[in-house]
Design a binder for this molecule. Structure first.
Ligand code: ASP
Length: 589
């Protein structure tokens, strides 16, 4: 139907007759001539109809936004002074000879360049219009190209692309399952996979050696800007490789992708232990583009007569930290109050601070509501440890370690962003030496990764001191976002059973839920490990998008619904009956 794409035309086509197909991006009537910006997947070309071509001109007058058109015309240079340097095709225009309206369109709910005036809900409901925006189309094109490079890299390195089932049993990755009722087994349910974890391990037992899959995963959890109920992982597993080799391989894949698609060499990724990341940044995914760090000061606060500090300072499960913000002295009282509210969302009961107005002036040079509670020597020791300078503000966190890490870790990021302290850079790293478990808040332990992650100690050591055992897990972090993570897996039934015991999963339950895995481990399971990357997050970071919804063709809303199709929906009673399901309380909205 066409001879050229709109976006590919330039001066070299001058004088040629072309046939273009696309959408009417904009139509303008200008003193007797009609301009139509015709848009297709590659870009926009300006088409001009003048009254000489009577029939087409008349037709052009009826064209409205987003009509689908076929235009035959001659490429010519734009008259001097009317070239548009912002447009790829800005030096030429097409003198329209023949116009064919292929389809009309209703008035669109929003014009493409006015999308930001409408809510995201409207954009998602009319996603087919939203995706016509060149920016969105470009992101999907970029995503496709990156996926392709990933496939090529893995294929060249001997990985097999193997599909695993979507209708399966629960694989615990720490979220709720999406369940699918079985018609043929009344009262029984499939779970959609939270990840292909167990199947990829079983593929290793099956001798496949190297597996990958660009896989959909499903997790029913509360959504944030970088989470979706269904999302895509680059899922990888290998046999007979240790963590060092797996990290090298994964790092080289990500480096290659960045070089190829962004012309950025990320260099060698530094490594940091989980303990160091928590100590210095209060986070297991530290953003290293920002220099601010948490500094422990519990030892200095042990004997101050101020229970906000001395309580946590004397409790091994707590932390007392200071965060020095250079040039933060310019923050207003109101801004500091806002930060106090901000940290309270993470459970902090308050936010103590000291402004250093003049470091040379001793106590006189400081401003703070807490000075009266602290001996001068302690204040001086804190300032010395932080190497405080005139113009700083120092924030304090004192509470249970988790609250301090969460709140001051988040404050670090927020203040850093607000004060423009985050460098324009790419800051990748590996976080390693994670603990196996963390407290689940109910007196038990829960895995930090998943229960198939191997400990770096023996089964006996694990049994003796599970709370302090480290795992053979690793996470790749980029600019404060977890890009991916994985581990060396348990390949011995004894270690797997021990982990289940620690998690309070007794033998009967282990057998019922994971008997197939335990069985596979007992039939010659090689040492193996792998990792998975979040493809959506990777593309979000690479394209500079602010949410993963911007790089997914048909994402769900924050409430896990699809405005385009209106899913999830109500189903017919007959269907429910076939599934042996009765709705207890039909909630109608
Ligand atoms: N299955 C893990 C996840 O989804 C990744 C891995 O351990 O390979 O986070």
């Amino acid at each position: 139907m066409r001879s050229h794409y709109c976006g590919e035309l330039n001066e070299q086509h001058e004088g040629q007759e072309v046939v273009l197909c696309g959408w009417a991006h904009r139509r303008r009537d200008h003193g007797g001539v009609i301009f139509i910006d015709l848009r297709d997947v590659q870009g926009i070309a300006q088409v001009v109809f003048d009254p000489d071509t009577e029939e087409s001109f008349a037709l052009a007058e009826t064209v409205r936004s987003e009509f689908v058109l076929q235009v035959t015309g001659i490429v010519r240079l734009r008259p001097a002074g009317t070239a548009n340097a912002d447009m790829g095709t800005g030096r030429i225009e097409v003198l329209g000879k023949k116009l064919n309206i292929l389809n009309a369109a209703k008035t669109p709910p929003f014009l493409l360049d006015e999308h930001s005036d409408v809510g995201e809900d409207v954009r998602l409901r009319y996603r087919y219009i939203d995706l016509r925006r060149p920016e969105m189309a470009e992101r999907l094109r970029f995503r496709s190209k990156v996926s392709n490079s990933i496939r090529n890299f893995l294929d060249e390195n001997g990985f097999l692309d193997i599909e695993t089932p979507l209708l399966t049993k629960a694989t615990p990755e720490g979220a709720r399952d999406y369940l699918v009722p079985s018609r043929t087994h009344p009262g029984h349910f499939f779970a959609l996979p939270q990840s292909p974890q167990l199947f990829k391990q079983i593929l290793m037992v099956a001798g496949m050696d190297r597996y990958y899959q660009i896989a959909k995963c499903f997790r029913d959890e509360d959504l944030r800007a970088d989470r979706q109920p269904e999302f895509t992982q680059i899922d990888i597993e290998t046999s007979f490789m240790n963590e060092e080799q797996i990290m090298q391989m994964a790092e080289s894949m990500i480096r290659k992708i960045f070089i190829k698609h962004l012309n950025v060499d990320l260099g060698d990724f530094p490594r940091m232990s989980f303990a160091e990341a928590m100590r210095r940044f209060g986070s297991d995914k530290p953003d290293l583009r920002l220099d601010l760090e948490l500094v422990d000061i519990a030892d200095l606060m042990k004997s101050v007569d101020f229970k906000v500090f001395n309580g946590p300072a004397n409790d091994p499960a707590s932390r007392v930290v200071a965060l020095r913000v250079p040039d933060g002295g310019r923050l207003s009282r109101k801004e500091i109050d806002d930060y106090t509210k901000f940290v309270s969302k993470y459970g902090a009961k308050g936010l103590a601070w000291i402004k250093v107005n003049d470091i040379a002036a001793g106590l006189e040079g400081l401003q703070s509501p807490i000075l009266k509670f602290m001996p001068e020597q302690v204040v001086q020791d804190v300032l010395a440890r932080l190497q405080a300078q005139t113009g700083d503000v120092i924030f304090f966190g004192a509470d249970k370690a988790k609250i301090v890490n969460d709140s001051i870790g988040a404050l670090r990021l927020k203040v850093g962003a607000d004060l423009g302290m985050v460098r324009e850079a790419w800051a990748p790293l590996w976080v390693v030496d994670f603990p196996m478990f963390e407290e689940d808040g109910e007196g038990g332990l829960t895995p930090i990764h998943h229960p198939f992650t191997s400990a770096s100690c023996t089964v006996e050591e694990l049994e003796k001191d599970p709370a302090n055992a480290l795992s053979r897990a690793y996470d790749m972090v980029l600019n404060g976002t977890e890009l991916g993570g994985g581990s060396i897996r348990i390949n011995q039934p004894a270690m797997q059973q021990q982990v289940f015991r620690i998690l309070g999963i007794d033998e009967a339950e282990a057998e019922e839920k994971f008997g197939f895995l335990l069985s596979a481990l007992s039939y010659g399971c090689p040492p193996h490990g792998g990792l998975a990357f979040g493809l959506d997050r990777l593309i979000m970071l690479m394209t500079g998008a602010t949410s993963i919804r911007e790089v997914i063709a048909f994402p769900k809303t924050q409430s896990a619904a699809c405005p385009l199709t209106d899913a999830p929906g109500i189903v017919a009673t007959k269907q429910l009956r076939e599934l042996n399901i009765q709705i207890r309380q039909a909630k109608t909205e």
